[in-house]
Design a protein around this ligand. Structure first.
Ligand SMILES: Cc1ncc(C[n+]2csc(CCOP(=O)(O)OP(=O)(O)O)c2C)c(N)n1
Ligand SMILES: [Mg+2]
Length: 329
């Protein structure tokens, strides 16, 4: 695509670019499959797809190390796959089966993995933000140099509890990166209609929290920003804000009439800015991969995703007795 901007950075290896391609493609194909299963009635309840935003989590995960934590909203399947959770377990949770991460009792918005330090999956807009600061507090208290990635949306950024959290995180110099995934819409409300200033990354200024805006359709730019933020937090300098400008291609959830934006607007982003196509171009133009190499990766991803859907269909539903387990009382 001639209009797509090529990346200015050259300090990325062919291996890393290929890995980015693979990781982003896994999320996209997984989400497409989830959309299909939803259409077939195999997934119930709410289901918010991450298609279009893949470069955000994939770029940021590149700057993490063992023990770093992540917590996010209901638009969470991409975060799980990017931190290494198993596609089978995520898909089976979507279909409400025993083989799912919450043994079929959580669904799309309620999955966790202690092993991968993934703390959900939260349906209440903004509510995961103070929890993310709490996770960072635990690392500070223990005296290690781990960081917590706390993801939320442009809509959530207008919530009061976000600013209470900013205050405490700055006061206690917590190692938390507030990642605002600005996809320009909160359900059907455009950021232009709901937000006084378009630059959400400046909102930490009152608390002395540095922030920056990042092109979320360029995985290399995201990675670079992530490394900078992580270095800041690991050095004990307190929180950091990354406002990552991205775009979601699908509806807010599977039940979205999409009357608030034009098809042309979506199409334009897909054609000119798509993050996966961007890396594909870098790989081919830089002669790091051939069309055949990329086809082989596509096939490999398709196999993983199809296997996850098969697993999600044959895994049994939880037994009725499960109604009485995992109850906090
Ligand atoms: C406290 C609360 N208010 C309202 C809702 C309904 N709701 C769910 S998602 C959403 C929009 C949030 O948009 P944004 O933060 O931009 O995240 P995105 O969906 O774009 O990823 C709203 C209003 C909710 N879940 N929780
Ligand atoms: Mg949004």
């Amino acid at each position: 695509m001639a209009t797509r901007k090529s990346s200015k950075k050259s300090n990325t290896s062919a291996e890393e670019l290929t890995q980015f391609y693979r990781d982003m493609l896994l999320i996209r194909r997984f989400e497409e499959k989830a959309g299909q299963l939803y259409g077939m009635g195999l997934i119930g309840g709410f289901c918010h797809l991450y298609i279009g935003q893949e470069a955000v989590v994939v770029g940021l995960e590149a700057s993490t190390k063992e023990g770093d934590k992540r917590i996010t909203t209901y638009r969470d399947h991409g975060h799980m796959l990017a931190c290494g959770m198993d596609a089978n377990g995520v898909m089976a949770e979507l279909t409400g089966r025993e083989g799912g991460y919450s043994r079929g009792k959580g669904g799309s918005m309620h999955m966790f993995s202690r092993e991968k330090h993934f703390y959900g999956g939260h349906g209440i807009v903004g509510a995961n933000v103070p929890l993310g600061a709490g996770l960072a507090f635990s690392d500070k208290y223990k005296g290690n140099d781990n960081v917590t990635f706390t993801y939320f949306g442009d809509g959530a950024a207008n919530q009061g509890q976000v600013y209470e959290t900013f205050n405490m995180a700055a006061l206690w110099e917590l190692p938390v990166i507030f990642v605002i995934e600005n996809n320009q819409y909160a359900m059907g409300t455009s950021q232009k209609r709901s937000t006084s200033s378009p630059d959400i990354y400046t909102r930490g200024q009152a608390f002395g929290i540095p922030g920056e805006a990042v092109d979320g359709m360029d995985v290399l730019a995201v990675k670079e920003a992530g490394e900078k933020a992580v270095a800041h937090c690991r050095a004990g300098k307190g929180p950091y804000i990354l406002e990552i400008k991205t775009y979601r291609y699908r509806g807010h959830s599977m039940s979205d009439p999409a009357k608030y934006r034009t098809r042309e607007e979506v199409q334009k982003v897909r054609e000119e800015k798509d993050a996966i196509e961007h890396v594909r171009d870098l790989l081919l133009d830089g002669k790091h991969a051939t069309e055949d190499d990329l086809k082989a990766i596509d096939k490999e991803i398709k196999t993983i995703v199809n296997a996850s859907a098969d697993f999600a269909k044959i895994s049994p539903e939880p037994a009725p007795e499960e109604l009485w387990t995992d109850i906090y009382a």
